[in-house]
Design a protein around this ligand. Sequence first.
Ligand SMILES: NC(=O)c1ccc[n+]([C@@H]2O[C@H](COP(=O)([O-])OP(=O)(O)OC[C@H]3O[C@@H](n4cnc5c(N)ncnc54)[C@H](OP(=O)(O)O)[C@@H]3O)[C@@H](O)[C@H]2O)c1
Length: 287
Amino acid sequence: MAKRTITDTLRLSSSHPIPQLGFGVYKSPPELCIQSCLTALRAGYRHIDTAQYYANEAEVGEAIRQAAPQVSRADVFLTTKILSPEASAEENYAKCVESVKKLDAGSEGKDGYVDLFLIHSPNCGGAENRKMLWQALERLHQEGKAKSIGVSNFGIQHIEELKAFAQVWPPHVNQIELHPWSQQTEIVAYCEKHNIAIEAYCPLVRNTKAADPTLAKVAEKHGVTPNQVLVRYCLERGWIPLPKSDNEGRIRNNADVYGFALDEGDMEKLNGLNQGAEGAIVQAVDN
Ligand SMILES: NC(=O)c1ccc[n+]([C@@H]2O[C@H](COP(=O)([O-])OP(=O)(O)OC[C@H]3O[C@@H](n4cnc5c(N)ncnc54)[C@H](OP(=O)(O)O)[C@@H]3O)[C@@H](O)[C@H]2O)c1
């Protein structure tokens, strides 16, 4: 297999490429977020994951503007998400368009767009709300305002439910909590079967497992940090990790994962840490 590099992309079923390493900005406060995104872009990340709920879409958009001309809008993959539904499909759509404008106002006669828009959670007030949110995303997709659309925290039942009315099915992406302690094998197998790209949130388990002896041993063997092993683990699994940091050294460290490779034995040890739903620190999906 060819050597992995920071420029590696995966192909979504929408036909668009997605950089396999992403940069998360949950809890990145507005006063730090622009700088953190600029640091990430300088370190080689080309994919940023935000959400309406994170209240920093405008800062991510500002970072992209400030990064030009060294890095242009077209070079970066931008994701956002809608969490709270409004009363109608029309209002949901309008709320999503606001996000697109914050992230990319467009330029020189070209309309702005996001690369990926997700329904943040299936826990949004029931099937009717999920349907309205999906239809709003489909409209954005049709109009070119979202190049790809997908879901987050969706179990098998929620993805199957969309089939009844969806124009776009399967969703291009499912973003879920994934790391060695929460491998979510059922939904992962389902997504692989249906060619739904799998994004891994909390890939660093929010630094709560850095002292785990199995992880520490693998890190020591390769002369890297435990968090570097966790990012590399996701890449080896074919997932799209979204490590977050607001610290320059850690932003760089989390992306510096291409000078070593995990072998079969390492992967076996890390896979052996799975605790099923118990291992999730945010939430496991409900299949
Ligand atoms: N769809 C969803 O429901 C959902 C849920 C959660 C997260 N997400 C997405 O996934 C991204 C990642 O998840 P997350 O932010 O919850 O957790 P994470 O990336 O696993 O961990 C982030 C935490 O670890 C610390 N950290 C980062 N690098 C480190 C390092 N090298 N050494 C020690 N500590 C380090 C960060 O602090 P510093 O900033 O101080 O470095 C931060 O507190 C989010 O930012 C968001 O984009 C999505």
